[in-house]
Write a protein that binds this ligand. Structure first.
Ligand code: PLP
Length: 497
């Protein structure tokens, strides 16, 4: 009897059928891959942050045809080493300060790898990784200080979590009004309006577009001097829309704005949402776990009463991408929005079985890699480790801000409490200062020793350095500053024609 593809001896069937592998070959290749991974991760800091890829090579990756003949398993590792890993784009390196891109946590790398072998599909039926996903969702909810009842799902990232949240809020709102379908739907859907701070992540407006809200039903609300949503401005906007016969249905607050790391006020927004019948979604893709950090906890008072929360474990926790989550204190709302039946999907979905996770999201066949990578990372850290990790980033950000403040040629802009520093060079040579700062960031990146991004703050382009790498040290902060000044000195404005 044949148990494995590798049992198909060449004499019977020619060569073993792909994609099977001889157990000995598979073992040797897995060991080689594991050795390569551990060496790659340990040597990463010693290499360049980024290495530009020759144009010819990029074309080859995009256009190489599929050969007729299959390749040996070992070629996969050769390929990654030569064509992929030789050209890092930064995140992973301790001197990478752009966006909110973390290095992978070792426990997460192991978890992801092992889960890919188990290959459970976490959308239907019953399997251990689906229960583990439910468990990790509860762990995240506990760290975020959401109620014990909280359910939810893991997602590819914050963008998908925000999309699920808006779709859930829309269904909740229309169902409550009795306009979930029919002419009432046509009438009401066209009047839905959405509120979020002018500093919200673009994925919120993108999600709104995906659920069918036109741009003229979106209300970016003014922020205060610290980039936080202004509750009075929100109140005024909601009231004006109600007076105009529109249907305000949801407000999105941001916990950790992308540009400057601000945390919107939670309690006044929840209060307004309750009194006017709106859903309160908090986008904490970056800063959703602030309640677990004593220094930040006071800003998170009232988080337990939001209707939904996005968190992105692939940002603050270094779980390998992509791992986001949508947490919903009353997860019935998710099921109302996403549970759809089909005759070919019934086994195990009845009696006292729990709702399938596909009933809480738009994915059916879903990876178990997110759950195991997240579980491994969280358990490797422990609750205290999560707090210590975020505190480490806060401390590094303070140290960077102090260095910027102390430097005569640099000016710090207000930022925080999340660990980011926005700053400018005070003596741009000449010409347009916005273009100058963009060139400085380009030049820093091109030299390959450090990596940072720019962002628009109050309509001016500034340098932005984000702290989200557990391997970053104060030496990397000094390196960043010297690279920025070096790039500024070497700047040559483009000649006028
Ligand atoms: C990063 C981020 C997102 C998007 O998350 P992805 O994981 O990149 O899809 C959304 N909102 C905020 C506040 C973010 O920081």
């Amino acid at each position: 009897m044949i148990h494995r593809l590798s049992d198909l001896a060449p004499s019977e069937f020619g060569e073993p059928l792909p994609p099977g592998a001889d157990p000995k070959v598979l073992r040797d290749e897995l060991v080689a891959a594991a050795e390569w991974v551990s060496q790659y991760l340990s040597e990463l800091p010693a290499g360049p942050v980024s290495r530009p890829m020759p144009a010819r090579q990029r074309v080859r990756l995009r256009e190489a045809p599929l050969d007729r003949e299959g390749m040996e398993l070992g070629r996969v590792l050769d390929f990654v080493q030569d064509e992929i890993a030789s050209f890092p784009t930064g995140n992973g390196h301790p001197a990478f300060f752009a966006w909110v891109n973390s290095p992978p946590a070792p426990a997460g790398v192991i978890g992801e790898f092992l889960a890919s072998a188990v290959n459970a599909t976490c959308g239907m039926g019953e399997n251990a990784l689906m229960d583990l996903e439910r468990g990790t969702v509860r762990m995240l909810a506990g760290l975020a200080a959401l109620p014990d009842t909280t359910g939810g799902v893991l997602t590819s990232g914050g963008s998908l979590a925000n999309l699920l949240a808006l779709a859930t809020a829309r269904t909740w709102f229309l169902t409550r009004r009795g306009s979930g379908d029919g002419p009432a739907y046509d009438r009401d859907h066209a009047r839905l309006t959405l509120y979020y701070s002018a500093q919200a992540h673009m994925s919120v407006a993108k999600a709104a577009a995906c659920i069918g809200l036109p741009a003229h039903r979106l209300r970016p609300v003014a922020t205060d001097a610290h980039d936080r949503l202004d509750p009075a401005a929100l109140h005024a906007a909601v009231t004006a829309d109600l007076d105009a016969g529109l249907l305000p249905f949801c407000t999105v607050t941001t916990l950790g704005t992308t540009a400057t790391g601000a945390v919107d006020p939670l309690e006044p927004v929840t209060e307004l949402c309750r009194s006017t019948g709106l859903w309160h979604h908090a986008d904490g893709a970056w800063g959703g776990l602030g309640a677990a950090v004593p220094a930040l906890a006071s800003l998170y008072r009232g988080i337990g009463t939001v209707d939904s929360l996005t968190v992105d474990p692939h940002k603050t926790l270094s779980v390998p991408v992509g791992c986001g989550a949508l947490l919903v204190p009353d997860s019935e709302h998710l099921h109302t929005a996403f549970a759809h039946r089909a005759s070919y999907l019934t086994a195990g979905d009845g009696g006292d079985a729990l709702p399938w996770l596909s009933h809480a999201t738009i994915e059916l066949t879903r990876p178990g890699t997110r759950a195991l990578a997240l579980w491994a990372t969280l358990n490797h850290l422990g609750r205290d480790g999560v707090t210590a990790l975020i505190e480490h980033y806060l401390t590094l950000a303070d140290q960077l801000r102090q260095r910027i403040t102390a430097h005569p040629r640099l000016a710090l802009l207000p930022s925080g409490p999340w660990p980011v520093a926005c700053f400018r060079i005070t003596d741009p040579d000449s010409g347009d200062p916005d273009a100058f700062h963009a060139r400085v960031a380009d030049r820093v990146r091109a030299r390959g020793l450090a990596y940072l991004a720019t962002v628009a703050v109050r309509d001016r382009t500034v340098l932005r350095a984000c702290l989200c790498n557990y391997r970053t040290t104060t030496d990397d902060l000094d390196l960043l500053i010297s690279e920025v000044l070096h790039a500024a000195d070497a700047d040559q404005p483009p000649r006028r024609r």
